[in-house]
Design a protein around this ligand. Sequence first.
Ligand code: SF4
Ligand code: SF4
Length: 203
Amino acid sequence: MIKNYLKNTWEGLYTVFVGMKITWKHLFVPSVTLQYPEERAKLPERARNRLFLNYNDCIGCMQCATACPVNCIEIETVKGIPTDMPDPTSKGQKKALWVTKFDIDTGKCCFCQLCVFPCPTEAIYMTDIYEYSEFDRDNLVYNFASLTQAEVKEKQDNFDKFQAEKEAQKVAAAKAKAEADAKKAAEDKAKSEIKPSDDEIKE
Ligand code: SF4
Ligand code: SF4
């Protein structure tokens, strides 16, 4: 009876000792948990997160939107006119288009990064931002174009006017050419009528 009591007591103390040994050991091991959000894990070098567009470097070529498998990039452009062209990119590439709309619906984005590789100006790229949850899905659509509605209308009106003027010039040139051709034909006809025939010359 006493023997059992002592044996149970020893086993109890022994298991406590073993447990405490493990506990004490971990007191001196660095912690593996992070106190998020105060602490954050370092992201891998090629981590894919939220996209960003450097609007000033975008030439509106649409290659990113064409490559996107889920159609979550929407771009609209207006052609520049000689008197109102956009500034070149930061690397000096010329722009022919005003980018009037550049929206990315990050709620649809699958982070495949296929839009990043074809960009000729490196204007679109992944950031290290991964915390951007929203209650309203509409807030996940990011608008990067910086032109106001009034500026977009102005660019469109300028282009329409430029096109109309070009068209009018073409019509005027075609009309002038037709008139010149008709005049020349009339002159040629008149000359042929007053020119004597070979028989008349022989007589
Ligand atoms: S990462 Fe993929 S899904 Fe997201 S916008 Fe780019 S191409 Fe589209
Ligand atoms: S591929 Fe680059 S330059 Fe072309 S529209 Fe997309 S972001 Fe702009």
